[in-house]
Ligand binder design. Structure first.
Ligand code: ZN
Length: 313
């Protein structure tokens, strides 16, 4: 049975982490400073584990490597996306990620374009891009450490969506709970860390030169299309060169047909059932699963919201 793969992810403790992964999603977190849940990942020791079917207890890394057909025989040798939940009980550093070209040259890695689907119930904020419109101006302000004049802060509400293209200066701020979908890469350049000191009285390392090189001034014109069809409401959150992300809200029941090789799902709200190939499975908030090439049609029943991510390579 290889049509639907339910996944169990891995946690990362962070100095800025919290306990919402337990209080909101019921996960068995390692401590009250749990910052990240890597829900869908094939990245080495952070790889997710399959919970059901023929591949039960295997890692997503093994399955993606050994059963390529399940994913439509993709070009990519490693799983292209990483899906996380991030719980920030403090501000994260101001950072920027390189694009594919720079990451290949400097780090022999993919670049990192990511996106954020906001889960926090209370209003929070993020740093999203810059107040200036030329790179020269940005570098001048960085050198003068005029962070307030440089960084653009944006309020966030539940269900908001932000595409963070490689080169965009960004930061997650205190009180944020975020579903992050990103190119599978772990390359981050830290631009500014509020001059915070660690428990040894030391400042965290910055990567100023690489940050300046990576920064791009990009327009953030986001256009979210809304599509309604009977009991289904869809918001097309992004459709870029790396991934497509769709919010699907189902009201009582909906029959889907699937034309793409595989896709990733996160259950954001509500509960219900999914039926694939005449078998039904329970869905609850905080569940993550992949529908493989073995699924052509599926039915979802209940009142629930899912976020679907589709890789482009
Ligand atoms: Zn980032």
């Amino acid at each position: 049975m290889k049509d639907i793969l339910f996944l169990e992810g891995k946690f990362q403790e962070k100095i800025w982490g919290g306990n919402k992964l337990k209080t909101i999603y019921g996960f068995d977190i390692p401590s009250e400073k749990t910052g990240e849940y890597w829900a869908i990942s094939d990245m080495d020791e952070m790889s997710s584990t399959i919970l059901n079917g023929s591949y039960k207890a295997k890692s997503l890394q093994e399955v993606y490597r050994d059963d390529r057909e399940l994913f439509g025989n993709p070009k990519s040798q490693t799983f292209p996306l990483l899906v996380k939940i991030i719980d920030a009980s403090d501000d994260l550093s101001i950072q920027v990620h390189p694009d594919d070209k720079m990451a290949k040259e400097l780090e022999d890695s993919r670049g990192k374009t990511e996106c954020w689907y906001i889960l926090n119930e209370d209003v929070s904020s993020i740093i999203y891009g810059l107040k200036v419109d030329s790179k020269q101006e940005a570098i001048k302000l960085i050198d003068q450490r005029r962070w307030k004049d440089l960084l653009k802060e944006v309020k966030t509400h539940k269900g908001d969506f932000f595409l963070v293209k490689a080169g965009t200066v960004h930061a997650i701020k205190k009180g944020s709970l975020i579903l992050e979908i990103q190119q599978a890469s772990d390359i981050t350049y830290r631009l500014y860390d509020y001059d915070r000191k660690d428990k040894f009285g030391k400042l965290r390392e910055l990567h100023l030169e690489k940050s300046k090189q990576a920064i791009k001034i990009l327009p953030n014109n986001q256009n979210i299309d809304l599509i309604k069809d009977g009991n289904l409401t869809m918001r097309i959150l992004t459709d870029n060169e790396y991934f497509k992300v769709i919010e699907k809200t189902i009201n009582s029941s909906y029959d889907f047909s699937k034309e793409i090789p595989y896709s990733l799902f996160a259950v954001i709200e509500g509960s219900g059932d999914i039926s694939v190939n005449d078998k039904a499975y329970k869905l609850n908030k905080g569940d993550f699963f992949i529908l493989t090439t073995k699924v052509n049609e599926y039915k979802i029943e209940g009142d629930l919201t899912l976020v679907e991510s589709i890789a482009k390579d």
